[in-house]
Design a protein around this ligand. Structure first.
Ligand SMILES: [Zn+2]
Length: 343
């Protein structure tokens, strides 16, 4: 089968490799939709930051690795000990894999497991290929095809909301999200439709902001931001186009005594003055990936989400992924919100 494999910084290769076979407890998915995330672009351009070079302690897998943590497709075959009625079902992959034995796993914080692996990002192959094998516990049936590449970012949104709820109840709170990429709009959907917060969304890229507006979000440009918010969410992270990162700029839009919720990734130092937070008693809340508690409410959340995700999709072929996907995503972010490899 055709697969994209990550070997190192600026070294990704389209290769023909053997089609995997589903072993015990495992399903074989014919991948239909696989999203290109900013995380993968960062890994390619400047990484690897997350992708492991050495054998992974839980899975023993090292590079070359098939990237993509946001994907799904149709179950074509199942291994021993898996319900055969699953064949033909459309599923999204839940990429988190954990040891199940450590104190974090036992308390439902699998995302903090010391041996955590993640399909397409850490110690396990992902979705930029024709067929993918995952454990039967790492799938969820999804009716709407346009949602397949958004399940992981929606889970990220649910986890972010659960982290934010440790600070205050989200209902009717005024929240500004910086970054209208795939993660930003997924988080916005979860906070708005399920947790009933008042969401505004900003992006420095006008075309992305326009698409968000079309999908029903209250999209604001920088010069339209006039009030202070109960919470600001950094869903932008590292971006070479921006002089002042969202992590710092977001603090300007916060009320006193409030919090910046960060889900963006920064792998380089940024200039943070702690007393700017101290004097206003503002705090930083961090949120990374998701865990089993977030998965539990996923079906409920999906029922409430009103966003038309089709507006954000831009399809490409796997055989053109390097040019139309990676190279394009590196230099021309204005032209898309979510690039999806579709077959
Ligand atoms: Zn563990």
């Amino acid at each position: 089968m055709l697969a994209l494999r990550f070997y190192g910084q600026r070294d990704i290769r389209l290769e023909n490799i053997p089609k995997p076979k589903p072993k015990k407890d495992v399903v074989l998915i014919k991948v239909s939709d696989a999203g290109i995330s900013q995380t993968q672009i960062n890994e390619f351009v400047e990484g690897p930051f997350i992708i492991n070079k050495e054998p992974h302690p839980l899975t023993n897998k090292s590079i070359p690795l098939i990237p993509c943590q946001e994907y799904g497709g149709i179950i074509e075959e199942v291994g021993e000990n898996v319900d055969r009625n699953l064949i033909g079902k459309q599923v999204a992959v839940l990429p988190l894999i954990s040891c199940g034995k450590c104190e974090y796993c036992k308390s439902g914080k699998e995302h903090l497991c010391d041996k955590m692996a993640y399909h397409g990002l850490l110690g396990a192959d992902g979705g930029f290929c024709e067929y993918s094998v995952v454990n039967k516990n790492n799938i969820i049936e999804i009716e709407k095809r346009e949602l397949l590449t958004f399940i992981e970012p929606i889970l990220v949104g649910i986890h972010a909301a659960n982290q934010a709820k440790r600070f205050f109840d989200l209902k009717d709170k005024n929240i500004l999200i910086l970054g209208a990429g795939a993660v930003g709009i997924s988080v916005a959907s979860v906070f708005k439709d399920f947790f009933k917060a008042n969401i505004e969304i900003n992006d420095i890229l006008e075309a992305r902001l326009k698409r968000a507006k079309k999908a029903g979000f209250k999209a604001v440009k920088k010069d339209e931001i006039s009030k202070k918010y109960d919470m600001v969410i950094d869903a932008a992270g590292i971006d070479t186009l921006i002089e002042i990162p969202a992590f710092i700029e977001g603090q300007n839009y916060l009320k006193k005594g409030s919090a910046l919720l960060n889900i963006g990734t920064y792998f380089h130092p940024i200039k943070l003055i702690p007393s700017n937070l101290l004097l206003k008693e503002q705090c930083i809340i961090e949120s990374i990936t998701y865990n089993s508690n977030d998965v539990k409410i996923l079906p409920e959340v999906l029922k409430t989400i009103k966003t038309d995700f089709k507006i954000f999709l831009d399809f490409i072929d796997l055989k053109n992924i390097i040019e139309d996907g990676y190279y394009r995503a590196e230099v021309d972010k204005e032209s898309f919100t979510r690039i999806v490899v579709r077959s």
